[in-house]
Design a protein around this ligand. Sequence first.
Ligand SMILES: *Cc1c(COP(=O)(O)O)cnc(C)c1O
Length: 374
Amino acid sequence: MSTQLTTDAATGTVTIDLARLRANWHSICGLVGPAACGAVVKANAYGLGADRVIPALYAAGAREFFIATPSEAAAARALVPDATLYALDGVPTGSGPILKSVGAIPVISSLEELDHWISLHAPEEQAPVALHVDSGLNRLGMEHGEVDALVSDGERLSKLSIVLVMSHLASADDPSDSKSEKQLSRFNDLHAKFPNVRASLAASDGLMLGSRYHFDLVRPGYALYGGQAFRGGPTPVGPVVRVEARILQVRSVAAGETVGYSGTWMAERPSRVAIVAAGYADGIARTASAATGQVCGKVSVGGEHAPIVGRVSMDLITVDVTDLKRIPKRGEMAVLVGDGLTLESIGQAAKTIGYEVLTRLGPRFERVYIDGGD
Ligand SMILES: *Cc1c(COP(=O)(O)O)cnc(C)c1O
């Protein structure tokens, strides 16, 4: 990255409340106890900065972390030398030595991958693994035939230290979807083949489906960061992230004039339009653009919501502030996430999900860490 600017000079900030993050982890622990609560910190802790998020969660008491890739495993290991690290991408070809050297436990999804991991260990060593079994998502995970082949193969088993059996739910956000019950039942059958091995099924939404889904360990990511994707009611967590970007100019637009690329939005009355310093290069979805008469994305200025108008461009959005009680001034900050604009509502307005809104917040936003209040 380029030189770190002071917050006063930043065109945009992502403010991350580490006290709230720790409180969210504690709330989920309380909800799922006696099951343990891990923390999913892949993708740079969902874009919030693994170097700050991982130590904060460790300070709160988290000892089991899930990352996706070998490079994420190496970065996490430097931060938490004695924590358990699970690598959700397993052992991508060529990455075994890195995983071994940092002591990460790969989440293995096939017999082929398992044998590859075993081959990287000395004959007298037991290779530590988490087994990912498929219960109906059909993404990563061992097929049932492979699971049966493994449990009847004493030779292979003797070379392994299986520390976790896990699976992942497809539709946990919707409590009325019967797929979760089917997956739960399949997972119970699969887990029964590994008596005495800890089990994990639920992520942020699955843990809201009740204690039958908790097993020994839950794996929330999004909820720790304040996400509320579960549609059956609020998860007991609060917002961690606030995003702001600076207003560079406020201009008058005459009735009949258009704003932005391709002139997709036309002022139907004399209007005031604020030009805000964040665009699709910063993760503001271009699908939040609004043509004449449409309302898609919104921002908050002085506590009032105002619609994005015209196309979202690379570095800028244009916001119709005509109806605000107070017209903002150049230099003020517009709130992109926060002030009632939730990750979910923003995702919905942009025809995506809050997860994508969160993980796409770009490097031009300065990350500011606060620890309760400020
Ligand atoms: C990303 C991921 C999680 C965390 O999911 P959230 O919905 O963010 O809680 C858990 N388990 C697996 C396998 C994942 O890929």
